[in-house]
Ligand binder design. Structure first.
Ligand code: HSE
Length: 430
């Protein structure tokens, strides 16, 4: 038997225990795993899963230091004490399974260095995309490819909000409130709506797809608070939907430089990511010689996330069964890179842009816009003057591929023009 120590018995912890207590019809390896201890905040809470009373403990350190425990499963979330407990468990020779994207994105370097020295695994399938298998496929099934691009819809809350805004022409604040009432959005939605959760996840995906560590604070991150029903409507008229995308891409095949970014993006309606709706997640991976492959499924929730957690536990048990408790880590499951990826500043990004301008209705406005764009090598794909808003002309443009730095300089010049009242929205186009 292999002994497991659980840290956290909330939604995902409960789903995890439920799978391990109901193994019929599942891989027989699961019958070799027992929950020896479950560290919880309170012993008095009503639980949806039945564990013997002596398994539960509020002494979290006793879980990570117990000499009989082989695998520690951290499902508490948050940075501390999760980080310290993971490091302590590693120091005591435990393998780790965690769903904690925030800790891995920020402290992956420290955690994997410690794990490699201790000869233990840190598996994180549940940290990105909930139940969608993406970490192990990237490491193993797709490992022979040169990855060029990973594009994900990796946050269910924001995808739900944008989907509802698109379906009902509703504004952000109203949909957020409704999502909170339905339990889809947290009372404090900051990590989701400001893109931080997606930035954690793309940092992790980048590190695996491009085999280099990533400084989480270097990831360019914009959320969806500024998206209005007006933008959704214009996008729809132009043949796009708006999605919060997390993107990591190699800017050219002969360079090591990467662009990593999270921002709301106009996605052509016929693109495979455009039809990922509601709380679902999808990750599109592009590499050579593979081409494109897309992973799709439930990105959160007790059962789906627990499915990923327990498959990691099962993988560790499979290795322990076949090779015993050796210190030789399987390079296809452990972290075998030490260097940091080189990131390109966002100003160097080459992409298309959508921008909406409110202009005074004077002759030659479009000419002024065109001149400023031309001054900074910004070429326009389309200019759509759709109408008037409070006596102001509303002009929407979509550019060709341009360098972000040039586009921003053009915008600064345009903003200073007398004919321009404001630039309410600037979005990138996939
Ligand atoms: N808060 C996340 C989301 C789920 O909305 O997708 C957990 O990763």
């Amino acid at each position: 038997m292999y002994n497991m120590g659980l840290l956290g018995l909330g939604t995902v912890g409960t789903g995890t225990a439920d799978i391990l207590l109901n193994t019929a019809g599942r891989n027989p390896l699961l019958q070799k795993i027992q929950i020896k201890k479950a560290g919880v905040r309170s012993l008095d809470k009503q639980r949806q899963v039945e564990l013997p009373a002596d398994v539960l403990t509020t002494d979290l350190e006793s879980v990570v230091t117990d000499p009989d425990i082989d695998i520690v499963v951290e499902l508490m979330g948050g940075l501390e004490p999760a980080r310290s407990l993971i490091l302590q468990a590693i120091a005591h020779g435990k393998h780790i399974v965690t769903a904690n994207k925030a800790v891995i994105a920020r402290y992956g370097d420290e955690i994997y260095t410690a794990a490699n020295e201790a000869g233990v695994y840190v598996l994180i399938e549940a940290a990105v995309g909930g139940g969608i298998p993406i970490i192990k496929p990237l490491k193993q099934s797709l490992g022979v490819n040169r990855i060029q691009r990973v594009i994900g819809i990796v946050n269910g809350t924001t995808n739900y909000i944008l989907t509802q805004m698109t379906a009902h022409g509703a504004d952000f604040a109203d949909v957020l409130k409704e999502a909170q009432e339905l339990g889809y959005a947290e009372a404090d939605p900051t990590a989701d709506v400001d893109g931080w959760d997606a930035a954690d996840k793309i940092s992790i995906l980048t590190s695996i797809a491009f085999a280099g560590r990533v400084k989480r604070e270097s990831v360019h991150c914009e959320g969806i608070r500024q998206i209005t029903a007006t933008e959704i409507n214009y996008a729809e008229k132009l043949g796009f939907v708006i999605k919060l995308l997390a993107i990591a891409e190699k800017m050219s095949l002969d360079s090591d430089e990467l662009q990593i970014r999270v921002h709301p993006t106009l996605v052509a309606k016929e693109h495979p990511l455009a039809s990922i709706n509601g709380v679902y997640n999808a990750i599109l991976v592009e590499g050579a010689p593979l081409g494109q492959v897309m992973f799709y499924g439930p990105g959160a929730g007790s059962g789906p996330t627990a499915s990923a957690v327990v498959s990691d536990i099962m993988n560790i048990v499979g290795i322990l069964e076949s090779s015993g408790k050796t210190k030789n880590l399987d390079p296809l499951l452990s972290c075998s890179h030490q260097h940091y990826c080189t990131l390109q500043p966002i100003e160097e990004l080459v992409t298309r842009f959508y921008a909406r301008f409110l202009c005074y209705d004077v002759p030659g406005v479009i000419g002024h816009l065109g001149t400023s764009f031309g001054n900074h090598q910004v070429s326009l794909e389309s200019v759509v003057q759709i109408g008037f808003k409070d006596k102001l002309a509303e002009i929407v443009v979509v550019t060709h591929d341009v360098k972000e730095g040039n586009f921003r300089k053009a915008l600064a010049e345009i903003e200073s023009l007398d004919a321009i009242q404001s630039i309410p929205s600037v979005l990138r186009v996939l």
